[in-house]
Every structure is written in structure tokens, then in C-alpha cells.
Design a protein around this ligand. Structure first.
Ligand SMILES: Nc1ncnc2c1ncn2[C@@H]1O[C@H](COP(=O)(O)OP(=O)(O)OP(=O)(O)O)[C@@H](O)[C@H]1O
Ligand SMILES: [Mg+2]
Length: 262
């Protein structure tokens, strides 16, 4: 179980996250839904240790990890697949994958190869093309590579930061389908997304984050069960992120009200 307790974090003089309490169990997909600038990336970066916690705790399997370095957290099983994928276009697909195993210096070549086979199983397009530059891949395929690279670290908790960002609609559906399949492997998955509708559709539970605070939480199925909600407020067929900023924030606020009323 991945959990945060009264977690706060920020940049410089600005405290961005306030009193964040979330849990993600193994085999569970938990959506973190919020508009642009709500604090989603700040939260996943704080869990991964790229940003220090200013108060509160992060625990994995009941043990505190908030004082550990990012690498130590990777070795414990926390893996961040960052926003914007951060794959290296000039490197081959294989070289990108190998970077995912960098934290564990004790792996020999055979172990790395076995990991690569395992990590690419959900994404069969990757291995046959492993000698190609990663820049040859489409945006959706690069997102698959970014996730596979994350799996190379043998995570227990997967933090996926806006995996659908910038993808064409057909690929967005494909990425969400693949993420849903990852649940069967027992990872605790935290899915940070502006795309409320599709992340609710594949997640078990959801938190709404606004201005750095969790303002609502609930069972995803219950929230989606109302066709009315899906149509009016979650923009069926649209990415919430496609809406203008103000409209998007209003949609998130409406979603919070709906969840609060249930
Ligand atoms: N490196 C930084 N330095 C200072 N402020 C930052 C930094 N990164 C983010 N912020 C601020 O922190 C707040 C939360 O940003 P964050 O990137 O976590 O939002 P987000 O929910 O991930 O948004 P998006 O959907 O656009 O990715 C915003 O007000 C943002 O301006
Ligand atoms: Mg972000």
C-alpha cells in the first residue's frame, strides 16, 4: 500500500500541496483528477522524492520513505513515469529501456534482459524495434516505452503522470486500455490525469485535487454511473484538458460537488 499522510510540499516560498491524504492499494488504479496547475505533478514528484516533503509522511507497505533519496525510493519500488514521457529520442528503444534499470546496480546482463522481456510484454511493439531510435516512435508508442522503462525498475507502486497528454484520441483510448491491463499485475497505480472521463472509466477510486488540496474522493464506478454526469460534466468524447482553463476548473469543481453529494 502506498499512502501519504498530511503531506505538504512546494517550491520556494510557495507551498503548493496542503495536507494530502491518499492511499493506493496493490492491484488498484486510483485516479488523481485535477485541472491544469492543480498540483498533480507536484504530488507525484513529492511521492517519488524529486521534491522534498515540507510536512507529513509518505509510506510504502507501512514503512516511511519520505526521507529517502529518489534512487532509494526506486529501489523500494516507487516508480514515476513523468509527465511528457521524458524518453530520449536520440537513444535506441533498448537504451531507453535499460535506463529504467539504472538504480539497481546489482543486476547482471542476463537479469536486465529478462527484465526487458517482462517489461515489454504488455507492449509487444517495443522489443522487435529495440534497435531503432526512440524518436521513430509515435507519441503513443513513446508513452508505452516510458511505462515499460518504468517497469524495468520492478515497481510496486506506479505513478503515471498524465499518460494521455498530447495523444490523438484513438491512442488515448489505447493507452488507457493498456494501463487498465497493468492492474492485473498487482501494481498500486496512481493515475494523474486531466482526462476525468477516461481515467474514471478505468480506475477503481478517484481523488479530485484543486489548488493543492484533495477536495473529493469516491468510487469511480459510482461517479460514472450517472449518464448525466458523464454527458454534462465530464465531456463525453472530449478530453477535459481540451476545454479552456476556466471551463476545465469549473468542470473539476462540479465533479467535486457531484462526488460530495453521493
Ligand atoms: N518548478 C516549479 N517552480 C515553481 N512553481 C511550480 C513549479 N512547478 C509547478 N509549480 C506551480 O505549482 C502549482 C501546481 O503545479 P503542477 O505542475 O503540480 O500542476 P498539475 O496539476 O500537474 O498541472 P498540469 O495538468 O498542467 O500538469 C502551479 O501553481 C504551478 O505553477
Ligand atoms: Mg502536471
Amino acid at each position: 500500500m502506498l499512502a501519504t499522510s498530511h503531506l505538504s510540499a512546494g517550491y520556494g516560498h510557495d507551498t503548493v500541496l496542503h495536507d494530502i491524504n491518499i492511499t493506493v492499494a496493490p492491484g488498484e488504479i486510483v485516479a488523481l483528477i485535477g485541472a491544469n496547475g492543480a498540483g498533480k505533478s507536484t504530488l507525484v514528484k513529492t511521492i517519488a522524492g524529486l521534491l522534498p516533503a515540507r510536512a507529513g509522511e509518505v509510506t510504502l507497505g507501512g514503512e516511511r520513505i519520505d526521507a529517502l533519496t529518489p534512487r532509494e525510493r526506486v529501489l523500494r519500488g516507487v516508480c514515476l513515469v513523468p509527465e511528457g514521457r521524458q524518453t530520449f529520442g536520440g537513444l535506441t528503444i533498448e537504451a531507453n529501456l535499460r535506463l529504467g534499470a539504472y538504480a539497481n546496480k546489482s543486476l547482471d546482463e542476463a537479469a536486465v534482459r529478462a527484465l526487458m522481456d517482462e517489461a515489454c510484454k504488455p507492449f509487444p511493439i517495443l522489443l522487435p524495434r529495440r534497435h531503432e531510435p526512440c524518436g521513430n516512435l509515435s507519441g503513443g508508442q513513446q508513452q508505452m516505452l516510458a511505462i515499460a522503462r518504468g517497469l524495468m525498475s520492478r515497481p510496486r507502486a506506479l505513478l503515471l503522470d498524465e499518460p494521455s497528454l498530447g495523444l490523438a484520441p484513438a491512442l488515448v483510448s489505447e493507452i488507457f486500455r493498456l494501463i487498465a491491463e497493468l492492474r492485473e499485475r498487482g501494481f498500486a497505480i496512481l493515475l494523474s490525469e486531466q482526462n476525468a472521463r477516461q481515467s474514471l472509466a478505468i480506475s477503481d477510486r478517484a481523488y479530485v485535487i484543486e489548488n493543492g488540496r484533495i477536495t473529493a474522493s469516491g468510487i469511480s464506478r459510482d461517479i460514472l454511473a450517472s449518464a448525466d454526469i458523464a454527458e454534462k460534466y465530464l465531456g463525453v468524447g472530449h478530453r477535459v484538458g481540451d476545454a479552456g482553463g476556466a471551463r476545465q476548473i469549473a468542470m473539476t469543481a462540479r465533479l467535486r460537488e457531484i462526488m460530495a453529494a453521493r
